[in-house]
Design a protein around this ligand. Structure first.
Ligand SMILES: Nc1ncnc2c1ncn2[C@@H]1O[C@H](COP(=O)(O)OP(=O)(O)OP(=O)(O)O)[C@@H](O)[C@H]1O
Ligand SMILES: [Mg+2]
Length: 113
């Protein structure tokens, strides 16, 4: 069983999260620069020292395909590495994925992680 973990984190926490994921055996990660807001509407968040007065605050989205048995451990790892205890620290969620294929070899499922 495969799952996709998606995490939205603060950009300055990316290196910490990456190191924590590598230390826990993660084989691959995709990141995207995104913008978003949570329940404060983005209005009171600080980014690079200045308060953001617009609705969408820069964040990093991570996508990680893992075995289902690893999901809870890795979510805990991400949360621990990404936490600053200030607003805007982000969200982490997971969902099942139906198919995975390694393009180079044609391997599928867990073998393709
Ligand atoms: N309900 C949501 N749906 C989709 N994306 C969300 C949602 N909530 C937060 N996000 C994304 O996560 C980012 C960080 O959210 P944030 O940490 O501010 O959530 P929060 O619920 O407001 O928590 P906090 O009170 O700690 O700030 C947002 O900028 C947005 O990209
Ligand atoms: Mg918020």
């Amino acid at each position: 069983m495969l799952e996709l973990i998606t995490a939205i984190i603060k950009p300055h926490k990316l290196d910490d999260v990456k190191e924590a994921l590598l230390a826990n055996g993660v084989k691959g990660v995709t990141i995207t620069e995104v913008r978003g807001f949570g329940r404060q509407g983005g209005k009171t968040e600080v980014f690079r020292g200045s308060e953001y007065s617009i609705d969408f605050v820069p964040k990093i989205r991570l996508e990680i395909i893992v075995q289902a048995s690893e999901v809870q451990t890795l979510i805990d790892v991400i949360v621990s590495a990404a936490r600053t205890e200030r607003i805007g620290d982000g969200k982490v969620w997971s969902m099942p994925i139906g198919n995975l294929t390694r393009v180079r070899t044609g391997e599928t499922g867990v073998e393709a992680i």
